[in-house]
Design a binder for this molecule. Structure first.
Ligand SMILES: [Zn+2]
Ligand SMILES: [Zn+2]
Ligand SMILES: [Zn+2]
Length: 329
């Protein structure tokens, strides 16, 4: 597999003929359980009183490899490079049956703190442009492991959606000298029609123009471009965000089993790129957030129209249902 850049949208794609070596084989014994005989190498752990509460381990079939050079090169008008980077599994909980929406706020907080530490650590590599944290849950969402896990990838490029957000954030700031995410949040809180729940400094809302039914964003009220900076400096993230994340996932799960969750945080500003102008203003014009994209099997047809997103449930209706969804507390 290699990375190729679309010269028109300037986004990178991973492509090549995968000869089944990246396909996970069904496992009889979970490799992420604490007593598993075939555990993968541990990179870091969040300790608790008894053992560990969250752990980062090497991905058994990584998409990106630490060894080698990206070897970015031209191919006529095109650009390509090797898939150099890092790919880790974040084990959210030592217990095999304790998903984020069942876990305690303390446990989720430990997981969020470990995620912050890993993102910051991966950004110490000056070649790394971006670190993605994501979770795919459910058979229709591409879930890879039965154990409660999220994944981290460190890449030598900024993923497409984040790049669009960075460019749009910069343009908005240049025109208005305000952060577009702060403005969205202020208007949503004023109107209150698409706010699902606010908890401490964090708000869960349905976006004005959803890409899929029940799409949900979690946004911090206090402006900060970097999740990991907030995660390591503000204990509130570990209690308020943990609680809101747990409750929001319970709401989503009351309506559908599967979802994609992705964290959008600032690119690697420890090592600013000279060619990309947005690094200079990034702290003002970007604002970290979490996006949850539920996967609804019956509405799968809608996802095939990727050129124009088609979402047959409005955010206003979705938010009413999500607010009223039964959750444990
Ligand atoms: Zn397990
Ligand atoms: Zn902001
Ligand atoms: Zn985003």
């Amino acid at each position: 597999m290699e990375l190729r850049k679309d010269p028109i949208t300037r986004s990178w794609v991973m492509t090549g003929d995968d000869l089944a070596d990246g396909v996970p084989r069904p496992e009889t014994v979970c490799r992420f359980c604490p007593d598993s005989p075939n555990r993968t190498q541990v990179i870091a752990a969040a300790p608790n009183a008894v053992s560990w509460s969250a752990q980062s381990v090497v991905h058994p079939t990584p998409l990106y490899h630490i060894e080698g050079e990206p070897g970015r090169r031209g191919d006529g008008i095109y650009d390509r490079m090797s898939s150099v980077g890092a790919h880790e599994v974040l084990v959210e909980n030592p217990r095999h049956d304790r998903q984020l929406w069942h876990a305690s706020d303390e446990e989720i907080g430990q997981f969020l703190r470990l995620a912050s530490e890993r993102i910051l650590d991966l950004k110490r590599d000056p070649r790394v442009k971006y670190v993605s944290l994501f979770k795919d849950h459910g058979p229709n969402a591409g879930q890879e492991f039965a154990h409660p896990t999220s994944q981290l990838t460190a890449t030598m490029f900024v993923p497409r959606r984040v790049l669009y957000e960075l460019r749009a954030g910069r343009e908005y700031f240049q025109a208005k000298e305000r952060c577009v995410f702060c403005d969205i949040l202020a208007q949503e809180e004023r109107q209150a029609t698409r706010v699902i729940e606010a908890h401490g400094d964090y708000v869960a809302l349905g976006p004005y123009a959803p890409r899929v039914p029940y799409e949900t964003w979690i946004i911090p009220r206090n402006h900060d471009a970097s999740f990991e900076r907030t995660g390591l400096s503000k204990p509130g993230l570990r209690t308020n965000l943990a609680a809101l994340l747990r409750r929001t996932l319970q709401r989503v799960r009351a309506l559908t089993e599967g979802f994609h969750l992705v964290l959008h945080t600032s690119p690697n500003s420890l090592h600013p790129s000279k060619t990309l102008g947005y690094w200079k203003t990034i702290d003002d014009d970007y604002h970290w957030h979490i996006e949850i994209m539920p996967v609804i099997a019956a509405k799968a047809r809608s996802y095939t129209f990727k050129e124009v997103y088609y979402s047959p449930v409005s955010s206003e209706t979705a938010v009413k249902q999500l607010r009223e969804a039964r959750i444990d507390g």
